[in-house]
Design a protein around this ligand. Structure first.
Ligand SMILES: [Zn+2]
Length: 313
């Protein structure tokens, strides 16, 4: 996969941590959080690179070896798909081995929250780390990281890009992304890259947008429900409905237009109505995980949306 690490060089968070590295006061254990896994893996990689080469020059042995994932002193975890106890044990063992190429060692631990036992195993080493060892941890949700880990790390959240930055990055990498993709990605690079590969995305977006703007009578339910009950795309359709209603809430409460081409003002939505609809969306999501018949989920969901629209108008 293409490397997007350098795209994070101008972020506020990177500049902050860069200063700390240059001043020699970066904590030995840093935790980065973002809901976007790809952003995390790019950012933690960039930070490791900065620790090894202050200029992130891209040309020295450190930079080249980091780029090709062969730097002996930058160790990335998890080794497999998720962080496991075996990774933690490996980290503890390796942390005491001297660096080979550089004078420091960097451990990148992505998705550290994925294993409670694994987190417990690295507690001690985070508390009393060997000299010249840096730990860069990441998580998609700090709430799932143990308090005992949180108290031993400096924690930062990586903000999403704004829409303009995101568009620029994508076009720099020659990735074509529609306006809808940019809007729905909400500044998260990994999400945008993934969606830009989904050739059906714009079609699905338009369909869901139709439900959002046009659903008016029980007659509509029949035709919409049939199309909505698409096994392959229902999860995405549901996420899009969540997204549009959240955008509507934002519009109502901030009187600002969003990046989507929808005339929210003309839809006569209100807070109470939307919060009820969001509840029904949550229920539909639960039903989906519980393997309830998809046609039934869709019928119910659309019926409930329609009901709330009448009830609270
Ligand atoms: Zn370099």
């Amino acid at each position: 996969m293409e490397n997007f690490s350098l795209d994070f060089k101008n972020t506020k968070l990177f500049k902050n941590l860069q200063n700390q590295i240059l001043n020699g006061n970066l904590s030995h254990a840093t935790l980065i959080s973002s809901p976007d896994e790809m952003s995390l893996s790019c950012f933690t990689n960039l930070l490791a690179n900065m620790l090894m080469c202050n200029k992130v020059c891209g040309e020295c042995e450190n930079c080249i070896k980091i780029k090709s994932n062969t730097h002996p002193d930058v160790l990335r975890y998890p080794k497999g798909k998720t962080f496991l106890v075996s990774d933690a044990l490996d980290i503890v063992e390796n942390a005491f081995k001297k660096p080979i190429l550089s004078d420091i060692k960097v451990f990148i631990i992505n998705g550290v929250d994925q294993s409670v036992a694994g987190q417990n195993k690295i507690l001690k080493i985070l508390e009393e780390p060997p000299k010249n060892v840096f730990f860069i941890l990441s998580t998609t949700n700090t709430k799932t990281v143990l308090d005992t880990i949180m108290s031993r790390v400096q924690s930062y959240s990586l903000a999403p890009f704004n829409q303009e930055e995101l568009s620029q990055i994508l076009s720099f990498h020659n990735i074509e992304a529609s306006k809808n993709v940019i809007a729905f990605s909400e500044g998260y690079l990994g999400k945008a890259v993934l969606l830009s590969q989904n050739l059906k995305f714009d079609e699905i977006f338009d369909f869901v947008k139709n439900i959002f703007t046009q659903l008016k009578s029980s007659k509509d339910i029949v035709s919409y429900s049939k199309q909505l009950a698409d096994k392959e795309n229902f999860q995405l359709e549901l996420e899009l409905l969540f997204f549009l209603y959240r955008q509507a809430l934002y519009f109502i409460n901030n009187q600002k237009t969003t990046y989507i081409d929808i005339d929210f003002a003309s839809l006569n939505l209100n807070n109470k109505m939307i919060s009820q609809i969001l509840k029904h969306l949550c229920e539909a999501e639960k039903a989906l995980y519980a393997n309830v018949n998809l046609n039934l989920i869709c019928d119910n969901l659309l019926l409930h949306i329609l009901e709330e629209k009448y009830l609270w108008k």
